[in-house]
Design a protein around this ligand. Structure first.
Ligand code: GLU
Length: 414
């Protein structure tokens, strides 16, 4: 994933938006760099008795609009620059969703697929020991991301509470319900994304009959399950994960495919499926394509072949700047990541609010409030596309960057 430097991409996106907004050079410099970065090593006892040193990061990219917020990834190819890029995107995401938070991200360079449950717990707890004094509900609130999950959040929360000697569930979000989690968080990223697809279908006056999902992790699986509820149907004709891409023009039963994935660890060998290449999946003739894997999937090499009417980016940073231009020229309706994937952090914000009050909302209320936030954000971005006559990502960046810049100015930072 690092053949492309994601941080350079993120910086170029900020610069472009700043130019359109005529921001002064100090504001521009402020927004192009993280406000605060932590890089540290964590020694972890492995099952075979050895000690392994892992490289870890936490970046609080901008906290003008509120405490830094964003996930922690466990990935073998993590670098300071992937985390910087992801942290930057969180800032614009929380601003586009209009929730009172800044943006951040963290990560550990490790391969969770090759680690035991106990080793994962050791890494999670050691990570928190490395950053405990710098995080907190009013400072920086991590959450899951690629290859991390609610169980990891509980281990981290438990380690944090032990260190600060206080009950403090709101320090991390997307926890299990029993320990201060919220209803509706597990499917929130997908629910937010599919909600924006609903708005796009109304606007374009199309019926989403077929869809494909690249990356069948949490967000991808939930999007498949939510199509029926939010869009009244649509056939899932292709899905992929790191091991395989599968296809069936007649459509898969989303529930059965999710069960198969959870049982076997992959979509591979799902009954009735045909194996296709990862690139073929991206270029299928579908109404909606969901990139829900890692960065830089839609590039100058394949963007020209994309046939989907709507591209809903559930992953962070799936499209390169060159591909953005190509998709825009082809008239494909892209719902950019900082809008399409904002449902997760929006419900994380709801979780923090509930943790602060120690009073929890019903699921329907969460869904209703999420729907309202994302519908409004979708139309705000559409208005910016029309007003500025730019591609959707740049329009969303303009909305986000303008909101953050305004607060930096009000605070007297620039
Ligand atoms: N990891 C998710 C994202 O990239 C959610 C972050 C959060 O809830 O803080 O948006």
């Amino acid at each position: 994933m690092e053949s492309y430097n994601s941080f350079k991409v993120a910086q170029s996106q900020v610069l472009e938006a700043a130019k359109l907004l005529n921001l002064d050079s100090a504001t521009c410099d402020l927004l192009m760099w993280p406000q605060r970065e932590f890089t540290f090593t964590i020694p972890v006892k492995m099952d075979n008795g050895s000690v392994k040193i892992f490289h870890a990061y936490r970046i609080q990219y901008n906290y003008a609009r509120g405490p830094a917020k964003g996930g922690i990834r466990f990935h073998p190819e993590e670098t300071i620059d992937t985390i910087r890029a992801l942290a930057s995107w969180m800032v614009w995401k929380t601003a586009v969703a209009d929730i009172p938070l800044g943006g951040g991200k963290g990560g550990v360079r490790c391969d969770p697929k090759k680690m035991s449950e106990r080793e994962l717990e050791n890494v999670s707890r050691a990570y928190i020991r490395g950053v405990a004094q710098h995080i907190g509900i009013d400072k920086d609130i991590p959450a899951p991301d690629v290859y991390t999950n609610p169980q990891i959040m509980v281990w981290m929360m438990d380690e944090y509470e032990t260190i600060v000697n206080n009950h403090n569930p709101g320090v991390l979000t997307d926890k299990p319900l029993q320990v201060g989690g919220t209803e509706g968080r597990r499917d929130a990223t997908a629910r937010g994304g599919v909600t924006t697809v609903r708005e796009a279908c109304k606007l374009l006056k199309i019926e989403p009959k077929t869809f494909a999902i690249q990356g069948f992790g949490n967000a991808g699986q939930r999007a498949a399950l939510l199509h029926e509820e939010i869009l009244g149907g649509g056939k899932l004709i292709a899905a992929s994960d790191s091991r395989a891409a599968i296809y069936n023009p007649k459509g898969f039963d989303p529930k059965e495919l999710v069960t198969h994935k959870l049982k076997t660890g992959s979509v591979k060998d799902f009954p009735g499926s045909e194996i296709i290449s990862h690139d073929e999946l991206l270029t299928l003739n579908v109404d909606v394509l969901y990139p829900a894997a890692l960065e830089n999937s839609l590039t100058a090499d394949n963007a020209d072949k994309i046939k989907a009417k709507i591209v809903c980016e559930l992953a962070n940073g799936p499209t390169t700047p060159e591909a953005d231009i190509i998709l825009y020229q082809k008239g494909i309706h892209v719902i950019p990541d900082i809008l399409a994937s904002a449902g997760g952090v929006t419900v994380s914000y709801f979780e923090m609010v509930q943790d602060k009050y120690s009073y929890f909302w019903e699921e329907e209320l969460i869904h209703e409030r999420l729907d309202k936030k994302l519908t409004k954000a979708y139309h705000t971005v559409q208005d910016a596309i029309k007003e500025k006559k730019v591609h959707p990502r740049l329009a969303a960046m303009v909305v986000g960057v303008a909101r953050v810049a305004e607060v930096c100015k009000l605070r007297g930072w620039v």
